[in-house]
Design a protein around this ligand. Structure first.
Ligand code: ZN
Length: 388
């Protein structure tokens, strides 16, 4: 019995594909035209169309002349591919915000949304917030979710904790009944910049995100590097001072502890300059407040020194600087450029272009979409909990 059911299922899928292919290549058609075109029986074709309509893959597109003699019966309704079909959703579960992006069948990002999440929210609560955001954005924009193809999720931190990944993936997968993929959100931003942004068409890219935290992502030979333990790209946790203060990651003297926004605010506070947060810092730097530019330039120089090591090892064509600090343009990019050219391998003629990121704060959510468009090496499964 099972075999017969399988065979019927395969036959049905084959018929569906014939109908979809006809609509794809020839555009909207009436059911009669589709019967002629596909050679399927009327009964089979009608059953397939209603099934495809139920799933949101095709829609009826108004009443049109189908070229046949009129007079008897109803006018022909045409059937076409649902322009909302093949939707992909990208979700970025950040430290303070949840962002969502939606891409259509043509792989264009057609809508984005953002909401603040509670400071102590875990992945499951953030995933619930993302589900609500997706429903809201689709309702507001009239986007049907019937033909959702997949959801990509960006998460903070090293991807070596499968339970964290699964919690978020399970919630979103269950809410929408579709496949789910996860990765680190700074790495996803790198992938988005390579797909649509500042590193478009470059095969070898170093991306750094400089904000409260410092993260990154490397693309080598066109592929996003994940590493053996899901920790590739963690530029913020490269030690710049092995005798330095303890970092939350367990290391010492990490770059993030030296140049992340909190460290810059602290350095300025010790000089009597009290700024309250990222926006305040950026405003003072843009106004070229001397003490502030000095601290920012020194930090950019430190970042450039770390990047010089990465560049020597990976030989990228482009270094993309994203995150909040990137809006300062030349103030942060120039010290990075000088560090790269001063510290370039002897005999190296070319240093990579250093460019600001293009995609802004939605980059990670967009990267979660890019993750599903490209064939990527799988994420490592993470350590066995018994070993921890
Ligand atoms: Zn660290």
């Amino acid at each position: 019995m099972e075999k017969r059911a399988d065979a019927l299922q395969r036959l049905r899928q084959a018929h569906e594909e014939i109908v979809l292919a006809a609509l794809r290549s020839e555009g909207p058609m009436s059911r009669t035209q589709l019967t002629d075109r596909t050679g399927l029986s009327r009964t089979t074709l009608f059953a397939i169309i209603s099934e495809l309509m139920e799933r949101g893959a095709v829609i009826e597109s108004g009443v049109e002349d189908d070229g046949r003699p009129r007079g008897r019966g109803r006018p022909a309704t045409r059937v076409s591919l649902n322009p909302d079909a093949g939707l992909l959703i990208g979700v970025d579960l950040g430290r303070r915000r949840v962002r969502v992006a939606v891409a259509n069948i043509a792989r264009q990002v057609i809508a984005t949304a953002v909401d603040d999440s509670a400071p102590d929210a875990d992945e499951s609560e953030q995933a619930d917030l993302a589900v609500a955001l997706v429903h809201k954005i689709c309702e507001d924009r009239g986007i049907g979710l019937g033909a959702l193809e997949g959801i990509g999720i960006g998460l903070v931190g090293v991807m070596d904790a499968p339970d964290r990944r699964w919690r978020a993936a399970e919630r979103l997968g269950a809410a929408f009944g579709t496949r789910v993929e996860t990765d680190n959100n700074a790495r996803l931003a790198a992938l988005a910049e390579q797909t649509w942004g500042a590193a478009r068409s470059a095969e070898d890219v170093v991306y750094v995100r400089w904000s409260v935290g410092v993260g990154g992502g490397f693309i080598s030979g066109g592929r996003l590097l994940r590493g053996a333990h899901g920790a590739s790209g963690e530029l913020g946790h490269v030690s710049v001072d092995p005798a330095g203060p303890r970092c939350h990651c367990g290391g010492r003297g990490c770059l993030e502890e030296r140049i992340g926004v909190p460290a810059l605010l602290e350095a300025l506070a010790s000089q009597g300059i009290r700024l309250t947060g990222t926006d305040d810092l950026l405003e003072a730097a843009q106004a070229r407040t001397p003490a502030v530019t000095t601290v920012v330039v020194a930090a950019a120089r430190t970042l450039g020194t770390v990047l010089a090591g990465t560049v020597a090892q990976l030989d990228p064509a482009r270094v993309v600087v994203g995150g909040d600090l990137a809006v300062l343009g030349g103030l942060v990019l120039d010290p990075i450029r000088s560090a790269l050219s001063e510290l370039a391998l002897p005999g190296t003629r070319r240093t990579p272009d250093v460019v600001p990121a293009d995609l802004g704060p939605n980059a990670s959510a967009m990267g979660a979409i890019a993750l599903m468009l490209k064939e990527q090496d799988p994420l490592p499964p993470g350590p066995d909990p018994a070993d921890l």
